[in-house]
Design a protein around this ligand. Structure first.
Ligand code: NAP
Length: 248
């Protein structure tokens, strides 16, 4: 039997990058997967490709995680369709970088709204269902930046530190109900989010990584799948760096 057979997993920001790889890996492991992303057509395309490649049941939903109303409606649709929720992967995230002295209120609010409040919105929307079931696994996608900070990323670092704090709080609040919450901190992963970075900057960053390469989205997905699965049945409140040794 596959490790996530018949489990229901929701992945936010699932149309591309790390989120798509997580959704794909969960589908390969037997899960039914709801893919949430901003645009319906992008979610549809990823969900259709994953369903065709894996045979898994997928559901594509247009959801802005920053909107509690949109999130609540989408969560209700997941529960109506599948009748349960086993895994929630809070992956949707953006960057809007600027040094502190140049950062605007709009940049701060946008990143906090999606990367921090979005994680709260999604987990809040499913917590009653998790509690009623007495089981579940929540994975927050943070970043090494959430632990160590980063030049030009006041807003992003604040949000990514915040989602670690939320995962630890939920680990304490919900653990007794057999609901686990953990955080993953990716290092440099080859996805469109790094698209605007100049090549010299990227090369210099890669040189800092002991493994001398960027990670691939599927290498984050493998760790997420572990945390979602019963193989991680006693892993709760953990912060797992998947960064090729970048921070040592
Ligand atoms: P990505 O390639 O930019 O993908 C992010 C996805 O999230 C996109 O499909 C995006 O849609 C969607 N999204 C953006 N805002 C959303 C919203 N408000 N509601 C729902 N979906 C939304 O990014 P990624 O590199 O895969 O990153 C995924 C997560 O890993 C993020 O939380 C990021 O901070 C974290 N992370 C990434 C790295 C890295 O090196 N790549 C490192 C550490 C942590 P659109 O395409 O329409 O914008």
């Amino acid at each position: 039997m596959k490790r996530m057979q018949d489990k229901v997993v929701v992945v936010t920001g699932a149309a591309r990058g790390i989120g798509e790889a997580i959704a794909r890996r969960c589908a390969e492991e037997g899960a039914k997967v709801a893919l949430w992303d901003l645009r319906q057509q992008d979610a549809d395309a990823a969900a259709a490709a994953i369903a065709a490649d894996t045979g898994a049941e997928t559901l594509a939903q247009a959801v802005d995680v920053a909107s509690a109303a949109a999130v609540n409606a989408a969560a209700a649709a997941v529960l109506a369709r599948f009748g349960r929720i086993d895994g929630l992967v809070n992956n949707a995230g953006i960057v809007a970088d600027a040094q502190l002295k140049k950062m605007t209120e709009e940049q701060w609010d946008r990143v906090i709204g999606i990367n921090l409040k979005g994680v709260y919105n999604c987990t809040r929307a499913f917590v009653d269902a998790f509690l009623a079931q007495g089981s579940g696994s929540i994975v927050n996608i943070s970043s090494v930046v959430g632990v160590y900070g980063n030049f030009g990323q006041t807003n992003y670092a604040a949000a990514k530190a915040g989602v670690i704090g939320m995962a630890k709080s939920w680990a304490k609040e919900l653990g007794r109900k057999n609901i686990r919450a953990n955080a993953i901190c990716p290092g440099f992963i080859a996805t469109p989010i790094l698209g605007d970075m100049p090549k010299e900057v990227l090369d210099a960053l890669i040189n800092e990584v002991p493994m001398k390469r960027m990670g691939q989205p599927k290498e984050i997905a493998a760790s997420v799948a572990f945390l979602l699965s019963d193989d991680a049945s006693y892993v709760n409140g953990a912060v797992l760096e998947v960064a090729g040794g970048l921070t040592i």
